[in-house]
Design a protein around this ligand. Structure first.
Ligand SMILES: Cc1cc2nc3c(=O)[nH]c(=O)nc-3n(C[C@H](O)[C@H](O)[C@H](O)COP(=O)(O)O)c2cc1C
Length: 188
């Protein structure tokens, strides 16, 4: 299934084709492809070239995968447990001199978007998840000092939506919506 964005202008196809899917095929994502996605993330720009991002991830076949599922909120667990790879995107909040990096979250978001667009180019669908248990995540993964979990990311090859329970199946087929352009960009 695809959910290509209907755009007024000729926006790049990879941007139009990225969408937040919930149905995943049973096929594994090869280790090298997962690394390719991380590499794409690493080429985002960042304030002072600090690169304040870190990804921890597991393939479905790994014993560690269960921990990623456990840390998600129940509504996300239902379908994200079938992803081929689950990742946690972390942010390094401070520079090494102790000063707060005010742009760290911006940079992590940019890296995550690079990752999602690279995934789309590779025929992989992904879904960013803010619905996770922060305390459980910190405990299960012994998050290093100075880092904070930002989002989980579920990735896999597109699957059969008929296997999704409701209400997720309906959400999967619901049209994608965006604010009108005049509410997004204001020309002065
Ligand atoms: C930071 C962030 C957190 C999100 N958290 C969740 C989540 O917990 N569960 C979920 O089903 N979708 C989640 N989403 C997906 C959004 O609902 C989705 O991106 C939005 O509806 C737009 O749809 P599209 O990505 O298909 O264009 C999240 C997206 C982002 C960027």
């Amino acid at each position: 299934m695809e959910k290509i964005a209907e755009t007024k202008y000729p926006v790049q196809e990879v941007i139009r084709r990225r969408w937040s899917a919930r149905s995943f095929d049973s096929a594994a994502i090869p280790a090298a492809v997962a690394e390719q996605l991380i590499e794409a993330a690493s080429w985002a720009s960042s304030s002072m070239n600090e690169q304040p991002w870190l990804y921890i991830y597991a393939h479905r076949e790994s014993d560690n995968f269960k921990k990623f599922v456990e840390a998600l909120l129940p509504g996300n667990q239902v379908w994200a447990q079938h992803a081929a790879v689950l990742m946690i995107s972390l942010v390094k909040t401070n520079f090494d001199n102790g000063n707060v990096n005010r742009h760290a979250m911006h940079d992590v978001g940019a890296a995550n978007q690079n990752l999602m667009l690279e995934a789309t180019s590779a025929g992989i669908v992904g879904h960013i998840l803010g619905g996770f248990d922060m305390a459980k995540t910190k405990e299960l993964f012994e998050i290093p000092q100075g880092y904070e979990p930002v989002v989980f990311i579920a990735l896999g090859y597109p699957g059969d939506i008929s296997t999704l329970p409701e209400p997720f199946q309906s959400r999967e087929t619901a049209p994608r919506k965006r604010k009108p352009l005049n509410e997004v960009g204001i020309k002065l």
